[in-house]
Design a protein around this ligand. Structure first.
Ligand code: SAH
Length: 213
């Protein structure tokens, strides 16, 4: 489940992906992944694989969460916007590293469950919202960092507008269920410098109405 040896193995896998930042490793050390997966998968909570969560969604593979977190280059005074709360695991990792995370999820049930977990873990620097992430969180913009954890055909213009100057957005780009690429975009005034990172596979970023389940 969450035996120390399993956790050590997971941390080793994260290091093998090239993530050696001690603050990030400490975040993974402190956030218990088994609390974010359905009970039937407790035993696999420390495996380096994605797992199903309710509403047909997935909790991402831990080493990928680490790579995305590392690419985001989060500082402890930053305000971070996350699109796609899902289980809340990535959110909790970010919350460990920054001042406050604003996280948006379109499934009400997932958002409620994630909120309960944050409460149980005593994490108090996360604001959740049930909404269409394509709209971002205008009242709190600009954000120094934006992380999108579902794949979009292109970076949503509204989110690009909510990125602070010099800010970084990490986002998987590509068609649903086909090859997608993780991008890191850095805002330089009105233009964006693009870095292609790795090939990935995410659930799609769904535009429009929220889902009451
Ligand atoms: N980071 C999450 C992974 C979640 S999977 C984790 O570690 O558990 C991506 C999530 O994005 C799903 O929960 C999905 O419902 C959500 N999502 C998809 N489109 C969205 C949108 N337009 N706005 C907000 N959330 C969205």
């Amino acid at each position: 489940m969450n035996r120390p040896t399993d956790k050590a193995r997971l941390l080793l896998q994260i290091r093998q992906e090239g993530v050696t930042d001690l603050r990030i490793l400490a975040a993974f050390e402190s956030v218990p992944r088994h609390m974010f997966v359905p009970e039937m998968f407790f035993e696999h909570a420390c495996d380096d694989t994605s797992l199903p969560i309710p509403c047909g969604q997935t909790i991402s593979q831990p080493s990928l969460v680490a790579v995305m977190t590392s690419a985001l280059d989060v500082g402890d005074r930053m305000k971070v916007l996350e699109i796609g709360t899902g289980s809340g695991y990535q959110t909790a990792i970010l919350a460990y590293l920054c001042r406050r995370v604003y996280t948006i999820e379109r499934h009400r049930l997932l958002s409620l469950e994630a909120n309960r977990r944050f409460h149980e873990l005593g994490i108090h620097n996360i604001s959740t919202s049930v909404n269409d992430g394509y709209q971002g969180w205008p009242a709190q913009a600009p954000f120094q960092r934006i992380l999108v954890t579902a794949a979009a055909p292109e970076p949503p213009p509204t989110l690009l507008k909510q990125l602070a100057n010099d800010g970084i957005m990490v986002i998987p780009i590509g068609p649903a269920d086909k090859k997608q690429t993780l991008y890191r975009l850095r805002r330089e005034g009105e233009s964006f410098r693009e870095d292609r990172l790795i090939d990935v596979r995410f659930v799609p970023l769904v535009e429009g109405d929220i889902s009451e389940t």
